[in-house]
Design a binder for this molecule. Sequence first.
Ligand code: TXA
Ligand code: MG
Length: 310
Amino acid sequence: MKKIINSAKKTLEKGNLVIFPTETVYGLGADATNIDAIKMIYNLKKRPFNNPIICHFYNIKKIEENFEITPLDYNLANIFWPGPLTLILKKKITSNIHPILSNNLNFVGCRIPNNVIALELLRSVNFPIAAPSANLAEKISVTQLNHLSSELIEKSFLIDGGLTTLGLESTVLKTEKNKIKILRLGSITEEEIQKALPKSKIEKENFDNSLSPGNKKKHYSPNLPIRINVKHVKENEGLLNFGINNLKSNICEYNLSKKENLKEASRNFFHYLHLIDRSNCKGIAVAPIPSYGLGKTINDRLKRASAKDE
Ligand code: TXA
Ligand code: MG
């Protein structure tokens, strides 16, 4: 692995892209201080420039060098980092993180991932790594390398870390005094945040508004048509099932978690969605998923996956 990390480091230093594992999903990484490298991410992903990219750091000291951190931010950081938390923080004017990363806004999403490979890579370079999820804009996130789209493979150095452990992206939070705003649901649940900081007020954004531009109505979309909360499966539809029930597909079927375990379901979610999308089904039918804990995040992704073009 040392050799691979070293090649990845050199790739980033040259201003090129590296696809690397995190505990949530794979990231498409670049030097966050290099404008041309950041532009390559936007172009390759076909992502609009008004949708900011988050920055990954090795530790909180590196974040402190670039950002202002409030007491409530520190509380969240101490509890959830390294881990699937993205905190929107105010950039210091002395920071050399390029403004193009955040659509010229002073607020940038920051995260310390909990993955040995990602942390080794971050430790090896002397700049933060800008990295959105390694998928084309609006498409399904990638939790193992063989689901990557060919456009991304051609232009990047790849690090294989197997299937990611959590399977859903980070939770994006922004604090305001004693208030915590959830900008994107993710691998940390609202219940976990409330339990960790019972005195803070948690506010959920209308997830379709523009505070977090990545929260577009249509996102995480498979190529096949998808129906959610189904009561029956149509002929030639593939089934993404949850728990034990009477649903059946005549063509292909994956169960997110027979034991109705939402953690297991989260880990399998994008992986199985890719598998059904690639199969010879005519469409995808998804069983109802409970709407608490991680189920809320899965349902958020499903709602967007099944949304029509805007
Ligand atoms: O788990 C993850 O967060 C993965 C891994 C690779 O770290 N990354 C990821 O990045 O999911 P991306 O770009 O696909 O999603 C980041 C989300 C988007 O919805 C984006 O709009 C939002 O965070 N975001 C980023 N910077 C922001 C900012 N400055 N203000 C508000 N929202 C921001
Ligand atoms: Mg994404």
